[in-house]
Write a protein that binds this ligand. Structure first.
Ligand code: FAD
Ligand code: SF4
Length: 529
């Protein structure tokens, strides 16, 4: 049989699949692409926006960034077969990702499909299935965006009883020679966490330059209108669309962070304040997770600021720890634990879903109302709002960890399965029983009071566990400890908290638990608390 002549418009040799979180011109399949013979395939599909009840900003952010990436590839002379979401619902056949791909593979008849490893186990499985059904070879290439490959994580993890971030992070610091002099950590310490837990005190945070906002261009405006028209009933708001949607904007966002917020990032990492959604945080997770930014350039920019004397070591190390440490560690955990990880439910929660105010923010709990305002407006909350406000409350309430993760996937613009699952189900809900964290992050409302000014404007009192004024966090905290007492006795890191539980007057504890039961019932009925 005569070999056919490849034509990327008609019959490409390789069809390179680029998913919404793979907008990286330096990805191996794109670096190796021959524009004379190969083509790129991208698709906006209805199912991706609806398989979880997605925030409008999340849908618009992804589609806008994808369209910009498509246009950049085309400008470079690459053939891109791109399916746009139909303008009208009536024109949409509701096809899922697999159906659109199968049809295009049949139509284009490529010799091979090539893809970078997706950020979602489910998608990787589905691609394998589609290739099999379409009888076409599928080549999955490793994602060079990350600094650590999955093999390195596996070898590091092998034989370890516990997967502790610190030793993985130090290994990567050494391997990539980050903030080291003669193999010793700069600043004399590997870890500046102790210096990095400050609150703002009574005076508050003062002036902080807010992250740079990016005005939607015509391409983005079209997407925003499309999403409003097609997904108007979805949660969240598009009014504040200001996300970086291409590489140029992503780099500008990084420069803005380094120039205006990095220096104080460290000390105030854990602090919260009313109506200050970003404080000293970078707001870079969206461009990072879509691969518009490379983690190496973020680390380099922070280290350069340290070397130039523009940012102190505790802030720079704190930021490097997030990107080189946590981000890489979390990805390693995901791929080493999947596919069963998503089913874990170590605390044996029943099927309880997140409260209704996790969609609209309608609650008297000031801390949750403020965190939810940021989630609704920006698809964002910073780490401590996610962990010690929204995550903590769900955990104390007994929300099923899988349902909490599903909610998280829906509401945050930076949520991709590989990063959301270990953080939401693992770190925050302790659904994995100790893979990501050795003990659950559980605390009373006093933690929130110490780290923010939320409690000052709240109808509840963080110090009280019982009675009408009692803070729901504090009430539910004691109920949570009592509920899981037997499970936690073997965990020495819970010793202090359990000793305090043992000291609680039994009559008072009974009353607190009755109040906890009543609170849960009210939340189940969708009543305002
Ligand atoms: P900064 O505070 O400025 O930190 C800098 C960068 O470090 C972030 O942009 C991010 O890329 C990285 N980083 C920091 N902590 C983590 C972490 N634990 N895991 C992975 N990367 C980290 N992050 C996501 O990117 N996507 C998620 O879906 C996600 N889900 C989370 C769910 C819960 C319940 C919790 C507690 C944390 C979650 N995180 C997630 C981690 C972290 O909260 C966000 O990365 C961070 O809040 C994003 O804001 P920022 O860009 O301003 O981060
Ligand atoms: Fe949140 Fe409780 Fe403080 Fe109110 S009192 S803001 S509910 S921690």
């Amino acid at each position: 049989m005569a070999s056919r002549k490849p034509d990327p418009e008609q019959r490409p040799r390789n069809l390179v699949l680029v998913l919404g979180d793979q907008l990286d011109h330096r990805a191996t399949p794109l670096r190796e692409l021959d524009s004379e013979r190969d083509a790129v395939w991208m698709a906006e599909v209805h199912q991706e926006a609806t398989h979880v009840w997605c925030h409008k900003l999340r849908i618009a952010g992804f589609f806008a960034a994808m369209r910009h990436f498509r246009d950049e590839l085309r400008a470079k002379g690459v053939t891109v077969h791109y399916t746009e979401l139909p303008e009208r619902k009536s024109d949409d056949r509701g096809e899922d990702f697999a159906t659109v791909l199968r049809k295009d593979v049949k139509r284009l008849d490529p010799e091979k499909l090539v893809v970078t490893r997706p950020g979602d186990w489910r998608v990787l499985e589905s691609l394998g299935q589609q290739a099999l059904e379409s009888d076409v070879e599928l080549e999955v290439l490793e994602d060079v965006h990350f600094l650590s490959d999955l093999g390195a994580f596996e070898s590091w993890a092998q034989g370890r009883k516990e997967l502790v971030l610190e030793s993985f992070y130090r290994m990567l610091r050494k391997r990539h020679d980050v903030l080291l002099t003669d193999d010793e950590p700069q600043g004399g310490r590997w870890n500046f966490d102790e210096d990095n837990r400050k609150s703002f005190g009574k005076q508050g945070p003062g002036e902080i330059k807010a992250p740079r906002r990016f005005r939607p261009d015509d391409v983005t405006k079209q997407v925003v209108e499309l999403v409003e028209r097609r997904f108007g009933d979805h949660p969240g708001s598009l009014e504040h669309f200001d996300l970086p949607v291409n590489r140029k904007e992503a780099r500008a966002a990084l420069r803005d962070f380094v120039a205006h917020r990095l220096a104080k990032f460290g000390p105030y990492e854990d602090a919260m304040w009313t109506d200050r959604d970003f404080l000293y945080h970078s707001r870079l997770s969206f461009p990072l997770n879509l691969k518009l930014l490379d983690p190496r350039e973020c680390i380099e920019a922070a280290v350069e600021a340290y070397e130039a004397g523009d940012a102190p070591i505790h802030s720079v190390e704190g930021f490097v720890r997030q990107i080189l440490g946590w981000r890489e560690f979390i990805r390693g955990v995901y791929w080493s634990q999947m596919p069963r990880y998503g089913e874990r439910n170590a605390l044996g929660c029943d099927d309880r879903d997140v409260p209704s105010f996790y969609w609209d923010g309608e609650t008297d709990m000031n801390c949750i109302a403020h965190a939810m305002k940021a989630v609704i407006q920006h698809g964002y909350a910073h780490h401590i709002q996610r962990l010690m406000v929204l995550g903590l409350f769900a955990q104390l309430l007994g929300v099923h960890p899988g349902r909490f993760h599903a909610w998280h996937m829906a509401m945050y613009v930076d949520a991709i399965d590989w990063v959301s699952l270990p953080n939401a189900l693992g770190m925050s809900q302790w659904g994995d029983g100790g893979v990501v964290g050795t003990k659950p992050y559980c605390a009373t409302g006093n933690y929130v009071d110490r780290m923010s000014n939320y409690c000052k404007g709240c109808r509840y009192d963080p110090k009280q566990a019982d009675g009408e004024e009692a803070c729901p966090f504090t009430t539910l905290y004691w109920d949570f400890l009592a509920r899981h007492e037997d499970r936690f006795r073997a965990n020495h890191r819970m010793g202090f908290q359990l000793r305090n539980l043992d000291k609680k007057d039994p009559k008072l504890l009974k009353s607190i638990r009755n109040r906890a039961r009543a609170l849960k019932a009210r939340v189940t009925r969708g009543e305002r608390i």
